[in-house]
Design a protein around this ligand. Sequence first.
Ligand SMILES: NC(=O)c1ccc[n+]([C@@H]2O[C@H](COP(=O)([O-])OP(=O)(O)OC[C@H]3O[C@@H](n4cnc5c(N)ncnc54)[C@H](OP(=O)(O)O)[C@@H]3O)[C@@H](O)[C@H]2O)c1
Length: 216
Amino acid sequence: MLIAVLGGTGNLGFALARRWALAGRRIVIGSRSADSAKAAAAEILKDAAGADVTGDENAAASAAADLVVLTVPFASQRAVLEHVKGALVGKVLIDATVPLVPPKVMRVQLPAEGSAAMLGAAIVGESVRVVSAFHNVPAEVIRTDAEVDCDVLVFGDDKAAREEAVSLAKDAGLRAFHAGALANSASAEALTSVLIFLNKQYGGHAGIRLTGLEHD
Ligand SMILES: NC(=O)c1ccc[n+]([C@@H]2O[C@H](COP(=O)([O-])OP(=O)(O)OC[C@H]3O[C@@H](n4cnc5c(N)ncnc54)[C@H](OP(=O)(O)O)[C@@H]3O)[C@@H](O)[C@H]2O)c1
């Protein structure tokens, strides 16, 4: 399975792509610039020699991929999805967008659609199985090889599609949980602003940890 990471030149996408490459996943980094995507892929290959990592422009990367992960700022979510949506038909899209609206990123500001995930699903249409995940993982931490003490909540209306995200989270060294319908994504997206506040208040890179569940 080839996984496109759109915005894989940035903080979260690069960190996830690097971990997935190290775990043996086939990755194509997506960017507005094919050259930037190729440079990010080359950077990953320095740490993951022999891995299958390439780079391409976002639409070409989406067309080549079996599954697409979106890791771009909220302000560019619509533009990127409009640009690639023709290449997403029949595929799973894992959307990590958090609706942060600078400068007040420590304040919950969900869009009228209810969440960035619901907005993304409306943009790409029903032919794409949309899942949202990775809202609460600090890129600074997963950029390293450190063990990550942080869980991932996975939302989506299609269980098999959610399972793809759970599996990818595990390959990135994270615990992941099915957390229900895509409409529930609002909860994790909102929590990110709270985590950013906690980082400022106490220092560090806050994540979330679930307790009390029977989970391997
Ligand atoms: N950083 C974290 O710790 C973290 C954690 C959880 C969730 N998230 C969410 O994940 C998403 C990505 O976060 P990030 O920190 O990785 O973002 P970022 O580094 O600021 O940006 C990621 C990539 O998005 C692309 N991009 C930037 N501006 C764009 C524009 N105007 N139009 C199209 N593409 C644009 C750029 O790729 P190219 O220039 O190569 O096209 C950039 O490398 C956000 O929605 C964020 O809220 C982040």
